[in-house]
Each structure stands twice: as structure tokens, then as C-alpha cells.
Design a protein around this ligand. Structure first.
Ligand SMILES: C[S@@+](CC[C@H](N)C(=O)[O-])C[C@H]1O[C@@H](n2cnc3c(N)ncnc32)[C@H](O)[C@@H]1O
Length: 273
């Protein structure tokens, strides 16, 4: 598959800065490209190093919901630079892991920086969340950390996860959920070229996840509301993208949306029935 449909301007910027060996970018988004989690947001230090630890914590919270155990087959969809699998690689020793990403450039970096330890096996493949290149009933756990809002269609993705998961398998995600539904024709984020900087984004209400669970035969196991715990992310992201006025402004809009709870951040886990 070609990169034709990839519209992720912020990744162009992150990749260019990493290529230029920008150490701050390496610290902030060199491993994980998602928001941070602070158990006590008042204790956030406001440094890039503190943010990096917080991104590690966020990914651990999501994969913990997947109830992963040794010898499991694990798929991470929208795997970025392989940060989530790298985190699992540090904790487990006999997992079979696949990372899937639409963007070949990210796959190339993941392959370069993440090397399997012990008996772990890791493979990174390019492909779409809407058409997972794996057999039916193959995985024990599927993860999707802070990426579903980019996918063209949540129904297609859930259908695919249902297909590739073994019966009883776990599916854990993190996502931004919106408090109200914009009518399709008014959704400025997703159709056509998407928004500047952040590209194609489609937010949904939490109700959509309840509907998806019932439509595709999943049980919702846990829901963690962590909106306040991720808020210290925003000053860091505004800072790291300070040269990009549009990126800075849109991150401010997202910050205000979360401060006012128009947008919430949730970790959600499902089990295939
Ligand atoms: C915010 S990043 C999160 C990356 C990674 N999960 C992490 O937490 O570090 C969103 C990711 O979704 C990927 N993505 C976007 N659309 C996709 C699609 N249709 N299929 C697979 N991956 C996609 C992007 O390339 C990017 O790696």
C-alpha cells in the first residue's frame, strides 16, 4: 500500500526535527507520540524529561487494561515509532508482537529503534486499521493508543479487531471523546483534507463506543476518565511546536476544549465475547 492517503502534517514536522537531531524533539516525541499521564497533575514539573516519563505512564495504563501475559500475541494498531511495543518489550520476555502503521516512514524508524529482547518477537508492518493484514482469531490482545481519531471509520476498525482477536481476547484503547455530536456536514475536522497541522481527525461521543461494543459483540470492561491527568501535556506540546503558529494555536484550542470538558480523554477496554 502506498502512503498516498497519509495526511499527518504534524508527523512531517516531528520527523524532520528528529532527522535534524533536535534533542528536545527526541525527548518529547522520539519514542511515544501521545499525551502524558500524571497521577497527580499538580506535581507535573513542566520539563521535557518529566513529560517523557508521563508518556511512558500513559502507555502503561493502556496496555495494563489489555491484561497481557507471557506468550500472548499482541497487535498495536497505529503504532507510531513502536513506543508501546518497546515498553512491553522491557517488561515481558516472550510476547509475539506486531505494530501496524499507515505511514511507512514511522515503520522505518520503529524498525530501527525497537529491537526484541529475550524471547520476544517484534514485527512492524505497514497497513491500514481498516484492513488488518492478519488472520482471523490470531491475537490475544489488540491495542490502539491515541490514534483511532485518525482512522477513516471506527466501524470498519472495530469489525477488523473483532475478526483478528481470539474469542475472549482483550482490546484496549485511549481516545479523545467529545461531549456532543457535530452533524456530519458540519464536522470541520474530517472530510476532505482535514485540519491544518493535525490532519484528518474524527471525534466521537462515548456513546459511540457503547454502540460499537454492542454492534461488534464486545463487552466494555473498564473506562478510565483521565482528562485532568493529561492536562499538563499542553504547555509541553505548545512549546515543542512553538515555531509552528498554526500547530501552536490548534493545540491551544484542544487545551481549552479539555479544560472546559468539551473534549475528555478516556482509556477504554473491551473483551471479545
Ligand atoms: C498520535 S499518533 C499515536 C502513535 C502511537 N500509538 C503512540 O502512542 O506513540 C497516531 C498514529 O496513528 C497512525 N495512523 C493514522 N491513521 C492510520 C490508519 N488509517 N491506519 C493505521 N495507523 C494510522 C499514525 O500514523 C500515527 O502513528
Amino acid at each position: 500500500m502506498s502512503n498516498r492517503r497519509v495526511n499527518l502534517p504534524y508527523f512531517d514536522e516531528i520527523l524532520a526535527e528528529l532527522e535534524d537531531q533536535n534533542e528536545d524533539m527526541e525527548t518529547v516525541f522520539g519514542k511515544h507520540i501521545h499525551w502524558g499521564y500524571w497521577e497527580d497533575p499538580k506535581k507535573a514539573e513542566g520539563t521535557y524529561e518529566d513529560f517523557r516519563r508521563a508518556t511512558e505512564l500513559l502507555c502503561e495504563k493502556v496496555w495494563s487494561l489489555g491484561k497481557i501475559k507471557e506468550n500472548d500475541f499482541v497487535l498495536d494498531v497505529g503504532c507510531g515509532f513502536g513506543g508501546t511495543l518497546s515498553s512491553l518489550n522491557e517488561v515481558f520476555s516472550s510476547l509475539k508482537m506486531f505494530g501496524l502503521n499507515i505511514d511507512q516512514r514511522q515503520i522505518n524508524r520503529a524498525k530501527k529503534i525497537v529491537k526484541a529482547e529475550g524471547e520476544n518477537q517484534i514485527d512492524f508492518v505497514q497497513g491500514s486499521a481498516s484492513k488488518l493484514p492478519f488472520k482471523d482469531n490470531y491475537f490475544d490482545v489488540v491495542l490502539a493508543v491515541e490514534c483511532i481519531f485518525h482512522f477513516p471509520d471506527r466501524d470498519e476498525f472495530f469489525r477488523e479487531v473483532q475478526r483478528v482477536l481470539k474469542p475472549g481476547g482483550y482490546f484496549a484503547i485511549s481516545d479523545f471523546v467529545i461531549s456532543f455530536q457535530l452533524p456530519g456536514s458540519m464536522n470541520p475536522f474530517f472530510k476532505g483534507p482535514g485540519i491544518p497541522f493535525y490532519g484528518n481527525i474524527q471525534l466521537c461521543r462515548f456513546q459511540k463506543y457503547k454502540d460499537l461494543a454492542s454492534k461488534f459483540n464486545f463487552e466494555i470492561l473498564e473506562v478510565e476518565e483521565i482528562t485532568d491527568n493529561v492536562l499538563p501535556t499542553y504547555p509541553i506540546v505548545k512549546n515543542i511546536f512553538s515555531k509552528n503558529k498554526v500547530g501552536h494555536f490548534l493545540t491551544l484550542v484542544a487545551q481549552i476544549s479539555q479544560l472546559t470538558k468539551i473534549i475528555r480523554y478516556k482509556n477504554i477496554s473491551f473483551q471479545k465475547k
